[in-house]
Design a protein around this ligand. Structure first.
Ligand code: R5P
Length: 281
């Protein structure tokens, strides 16, 4: 691996701990406005100081994030379908490598949809991203998107993560499963970050992050359980305690409660929030 690529990876996975708290705020690319991110710039700004990397679309980056920021950027590079369309996750390439570089991003995240009828297209497109990222020294992260009717178990996630690594992913983002998550991690030779999934109570989310890291994940690329938390700024700090300082979930939850301020909870003003909550995404 070239120096530039190693250097970019070190921006995402912090060398001091070998861990990462990536903040995923790309949801609008298929959900539109979602609770907590209606006013994207206002919501994300106070979280940036606690994020090791921001994962988002180029549109939100250019319109809502201060270019003077120090936070490393990973850009969502797939999309094309929406929560109301007939084929959610039938995604294709939504940005060029030139524009990724122009945005000064350290890398991209691309969803592979193993098991869906169009799995082949996403694997082949992801492989092209690996070539592009290797050519320019960027980080290619595969996101193991899970179709509506699929089970998020170790068998499925293990298959998807391993395939991502076999096709050259430098980092793999996947969901957590209660049973045998360490088998998913152990059979994937590249670093794994855990996506949080739907909003759950704060202590449960901290416990999930703790268990994922204990099983060998190098951290999280978490969204809703941070920006839809009762206090997003307190929650991201609590997540950091778990990921970087190996804090037990109960201890991190105590920190969350200590930092939590009244009135910081996002209001559910999004018109289709109930549909979003019911969708298996
Ligand atoms: C994944 O495909 C989404 O776009 C999010 O980046 C991902 O699901 C992580 O966010 P959350 O923790 O909300 O699941």
């Amino acid at each position: 691996m070239d120096w530039g690529q190693k250097n970019r990876i070190s921006k995402v996975i912090r060398p001091k701990t070998g861990k990462s708290v990536m903040l995923a705020v790309d949801h609008g690319y298929f959900l539109g406005p979602t609770t907590g991110l209606e006013d994207f710039g206002k919501a994300v700004k106070p979280l940036i100081p606690y994020a090791d990397t921001l994962f988002l679309t180029r549109g939100m980056l250019r319109t809502c994030v201060d270019p003077n920021t120090d936070v490393p950027i990973m850009l969502r590079a797939s999309g094309g379908t929406s929560i109301i369309g007939p084929e959610l996750l039938h995604e294709g390439i939504t940005i060029s490598i030139e524009d990724v570089i122009r945005c000064n991003a350290v890398g991209i995240g691309y969803s592979i949809t193993v098991g869906m009828p169009w799995e082949r297209d996403t694997i082949l497109d992801f492989s092209k991203w690996v070539d592009d990222c290797n050519r320019y020294g960027l980080v290619a992260m595969a996101v193991t998107a899970v179709g509506k009717d699929m089970v998020r178990d170790a068998k499925y996630l293990g298959l998807a993560c391993r395939m991502a690594a076999e096709h050259g992913a430098h980092v793999v983002k996947t969901y957590y499963c209660d049973q045998d998550f360490e088998k998913v991690v152990n059979s994937c030779p590249v670093p794994i970050v855990m996506a949080g999934g739907k909003k759950i109570p704060e202590l449960d989310a901290l416990t999930m992050a703790y268990n994922a890291v204990k099983a060998g994940a190098i951290g999280v690329d978490m969204g809703r359980n941070i920006f839809q938390s009762d206090d997003p700024v307190a929650m991201i700090q609590a997540i950091r305690e778990v990921v970087h300082n190996e804090a037990k979930p109960e201890k991190a939850y105590e920190l969350f409660k200590k930092l939590r301020k009244p009135g910081h909870s996002p209001k559910k003003t999004v018109v289709d929030q109930e549909e979003q909550d019911e969708a298996k995404v």
